[in-house]
Design a protein around this ligand. Structure first.
Ligand code: ADP
Ligand code: MG
Ligand code: MG
Length: 251
């Protein structure tokens, strides 16, 4: 079975009942890279949030299977332990918890689930330190509190650091290119590409072809009004880049 299989997914804002997702169909197999593009407000971020179980949204219909298991009734933490990773557009700050401790906790939670012994701080430092270097982050960053006072670019690098340390079978990357300069984008893309294996997959949301030039998608989807209305290869992204969404024939 596919890694992720979404069928007829509808979802609403819990507080108001306003429907945002209007029947999403999406299949992601192991080793595939998928990109979703679409105008502002088309429901891209909501889709990723619903996949990870964000509490502001309610699934009102359809199915989400991840590794053949129904995700809808799983808690966000269970989804994450099952191998789903999400980078939030606006990551939260966690006062009083250092990046190092946060990453170590996340890693040990996964090791415990797999029956592996917990890593001690020294052992973990030797794992995390080369990854910090690879992302050209200041090593002092590990002592700082999670996301506290980070610049936009630091947050994005930090999300990819989290992904590279924690690992994932399916990484959902929502606008990792926003707020990154060209050099930073390249560092982030190299790190993401370095994580790809024939087993794991990426779903990335972007407005920009420059990200898709660096992380090459197997499929590009266009989302509009809460649905995926077109799927193709990366030539769709080129077309949008040149002629805007209006240039895409929708049938
Ligand atoms: P995109 O990521 O494609 O720009 P979003 O998924 O963020 O779009 O939003 C889709 C639509 O749903 C927008 O009109 C947005 O205002 C609305 N929306 C999303 N989340 C909420 C929410 N929690 N409360 C109210 N409206 C929301
Ligand atoms: Mg938006
Ligand atoms: Mg969005």
């Amino acid at each position: 079975s596919p890694l992720l299989e979404v069928r007829g997914l509808t979802a609403s804002v819990k507080e108001t009942g306003q429907q945002i997702l209007a029947g999403v169909d999406l299949t992601i197999r192991e080793g595939e890279i998928h990109a979703i593009m679409g105008k502002n407000g088309s429901g891209k971020s909501t889709l990723t949030k619903v996949l990870v179980g964000h509490p502001h949204y309610e699934v009102t219909g359809g199915t989400i299977l991840f590794k053949g298991e129904d995700l809808v009734d799983m808690e966000p933490e269970e989804r994450s332990l099952a191998g789903l990773f999400m980078s939030f557009q606006a990551p939260i700050e966690i006062p009083g918890v250092s990046n190092f401790d946060f990453l170590l906790m996340a890693v040990n939670a996964r090791r415990e689930k797999s029956g592996l012994p917990a890593l001690g701080p020294l052992e973990f430092y030797s794992v995390v330190s080369p990854k910090v270097d690879a992302l050209k982050m200041d090593p002092k960053f590990l002592d700082r509190n999670v996301n506290e006072g980070f610049s936009g670019g630091e947050r994005k690098r930090n999300e990819i650091l989290q992904l590279s340390v924690i690992g994932a079978d399916l990484a959902l990357l929502d606008e990792i290119d926003s707020g990154l300069d060209v050099d930073a984008l390249e560092d982030v893309a190299i790190a993401v590409n370095g994580l790809l294996t024939p087993q794991n997959s990426v779903l990335m949301i972007t407005h920009y072809q420059r990200l898709l030039d660096l992380i090459k998608p197997s499929y590009v989807h266009i989302m509009e009004n809460g649905k995926i209305i077109k799927t193709g290869d990366s030539s769709i992204a080129t077309q949008i880049n040149e002629g805007g969404f209006k240039s895409i024939a929708l049938v």
